[in-house]
Design a protein around this ligand. Structure first.
Ligand code: NAP
Length: 309
C-alpha cells in the first residue's frame, strides 16, 4: 500500500482526556496538531458510567464528558484521525509515526497519551468466555445481565464503582476481593457497604471460569486464607483487577520502566528530545481524569517551547 506522509508540528497518540487537553493547548499555541486514536475519542471515559470527581461537574456521564472535551480540543484546529500506532521512529528533529493502517505521519514532537488497558485475570475460561459472560466493561455489557447473578473481581475504585453500577441492573452482585479488605477510596467503600444488592466475598480468588456451549454458568474459587476450594453458580463476571500500560509500540525507545510505564520529568518530557508522555500511561502515583488533563496542559505548552528552540 502506498505510504501517505503528512507533516505536523505535533502528533498526539491517544485521544483520551490527556490527549485531548494537549491538543487544545498545542493548537491554541498555533501549532499544527494531529490526534491519532485506534478508536473513538474519549478513551476510558466511554466505559465510565458516572464521574463525580472531575471539577466543574457534580456528576457527568463519561461519554458526555468525552464529547465536551472533543469540542474543546478541536476548536482551534487540531485534527483527529483513526489509527492504531505501531511505532515511533526517532529521527532527531523529525519523528515518524506509523499506524496499523500502513500510514506514516511525521512530526517534530510526539505526545504519547495511550493510557492503560484492563489487566486480565489469566485464569482458565477467561478468554474462552470473553463476550459470553466475561466482561471488562459494565457500561457496555451491564444491560445484558438484567436480573442476573453477577460477580465483580477486584477491590479497587473501578471494581467498587462498576459493581454499584451493576446492582442497578442485576439481581445481585458479589464483589470477590483477594485480600481481606478493599483498596477503593473510603467514600466509595462507605457507599458500597450501604448498597443492599452488593455482597462481599473477601480473601477469595477466582481460579477458573465454567460455562456451557453458550455462556458462563459458574466459577471456581479458593479461599486465600484457608486454601478451601468452592464453586459459585453465576451468570456473568466483570473483571476489574487493575491496569497495564499500552506501550508496546514504544519499547525500543528506551523510555519505559520495568513494568512498561513511560518515565517522564515534571514537564512530561521523556529522555528522548521531542517525545512526551501524559496521563495514565505515565509512571505516576495517581491516575485520574484530572491528573491526565493537568499532564496534557503541561505537555501542550511544553511542546510549544520545545519547538521554539
Ligand atoms: P487498582 O487500583 O490497581 O486496583 C486493582 C484491584 O484488583 C485491587 O483490589 C487488587 O487487589 C485487585 N487485583 C489485582 N490483581 C488481581 C488478581 N490477579 N486477582 C484478583 N484481584 C486482583 O485498579 P483500578 O481499580 O482499576 O484503578 C486504577 C486507577 O484508576 C487507580 O489509580 C484508581 O484510583 C483510578 N480510578 C479512579 C476512580 C475514581 O476516582 N472515581 C475510578 C476508577 C479508577 P490488591 O489490593 O490485593 O492489590
Amino acid at each position: 500500500m502506498a505510504e501517505k506522509k503528512t507533516n505536523y508540528d505535533v502528533i498526539i497518540i491517544g485521544a483520551g482526556p490527556g490527549g485531548m487537553t494537549a491538543a487544545l493547548y498545542a493548537s491554541r499555541a498555533n501549532l499544527s496538531v494531529l490526534m491519532l486514536d485506534r478508536g473513538i475519542y474519549g478513551g476510558n471515559l466511554n466505559n465510565t458510567a458516572e464521574i463525580e470527581n472531575y471539577t466543574g461537574f457534580s456528576s457527568i456521564k463519561g461519554p458526555d464528558l468525552a464529547e465536551k472535551m472533543y469540542q474543546g480540543a478541536t476548536q482551534f484546529g487540531a485534527n483527529y484521525a483513526y489509527g492504531g500506532v505501531t511505532a515511533i521512529e526517532d529521527g532527531g528533529e523529525w519523528k515518524t509515526v506509523t499506524t496499523d493502517m500502513d500510514e506514516q505521519f511525521r512530526a517534530r514532537a510526539v505526545i504519547i497519551a495511550t493510557g492503560a488497558s484492563q489487566r486480565h485475570l489469566g485464569v482458565p475460561g477467561e478468554e474462552e468466555f470473553s463476550g459470553r459472560g466475561v466482561s471488562y466493561c459494565a457500561v457496555c455489557d451491564g444491560a445484558f445481565f438484567k436480573d442476573k447473578q453477577l460477580i465483580v473481581v477486584g477491590g479497587g475504585d473501578s471494581a467498587v464503582e462498576e459493581g454499584m453500577y451493576l446492582t442497578q441492573l442485576a439481581a445481585s452482585v458479589t464483589l470477590v476481593v483477594r485480600k481481606d479488605h478493599l483498596r477503593a477510596q473510603p467514600l466509595l467503600q462507605d457507599r458500597a457497604k450501604k448498597d443492599p444488592k452488593l455482597k462481599f466475598l473477601f480473601s477469595h480468588s477466582v481460579t477458573s471460569i465454567d460455562g456451557d456451549d453458550v455462556k458462563v454458568n459458574g466459577v471456581h474459587l479458593v479461599n486465600n486464607e484457608t486454601g478451601d476450594k468452592s464453586t459459585m453458580p453465576i451468570d456473568g463476571l466483570f473483571i476489574y483487577v487493575g491496569s497495564v500500560p499500552m506501550t508496546k509500540p514504544f519499547e525500543s525507545l528506551g523510555i519505559l520502566d520495568d513494568q512498561g510505564w513511560v518515565i517522564t520529568d515534571q514537564k512530561m518530557a521523556t529522555k528522548v528530545p521531542g517525545i512526551y508522555a501524559i496521563g495514565d500511561v505515565r509512571q505516576t502515583p495517581l491516575r485520574q481524569i484530572a491528573t491526565a488533563v493537568g499532564d496534557g496542559a503541561i505537555a501542550g505548552q511544553e511542546v510549544y517551547h520545545y519547538l521554539q528552540k
